[in-house]
Design a protein around this ligand. Structure first.
Ligand code: HEC
Length: 99
């Protein structure tokens, strides 16, 4: 992650917009895995408010999951998002478990 981005209000805000547009349908508005479409998904969307996702040390892993997706699950790969946008989402998701 680019230096300072995790705690940058600006990055978190931009990431919040990306999250609202692309992720809440499955992961929920609060990131707790209870989005409109979560029912019946196997495996279900991850609860992003809990460790390891709420922990800063999982940032690189989260980047990779968002970039590559998770084959065999409903989690798509987000090749449409730029590197910078993915880091912004990671910074935002970090705030969900650490309000
Ligand atoms: C179509 C539904 C869907 C959308 C949209 C979606 N996800 Fe997911 N996501 C999932 C599912 C299902 C899993 C659970 C995969 C598993 O547990 O193996 C998951 C897992 C994850 C994980 C945890 C991966 C792991 O190793 O357990 C992260 C982090 C994540 N999603 C972030 C995001 C972000 C950020 C976005 C928006 C850019 C997003 N997801 C959009 C369905 C979705």
């Amino acid at each position: 992650m680019p230096a300072g981005m995790m705690t940058s209000r600006e990055a978190q805000k931009a990431g919040g917009e990306i999250f609202a547009a692309n992720c809440t349908i499955c992961h929920g508005v609060r990131g707790d895995g209870r989005g409109q479409r979560h029912e019946g998904m196997n495996p279900p969307p991850a609860n992003l408010t809990l460790p390891p996702w709420s922990e800063e040390r999982s940032a690189t892993r989260m980047y990779k999951v968002i970039h590559d997706g998770m084959p065999g699950t409903a989690m798509p790969s987000w090749s449409t998002l730029s590197d910078r946008q993915i880091w912004q989402v990671v910074a935002y998701v970090h705030t969900l478990g650490n309000p």
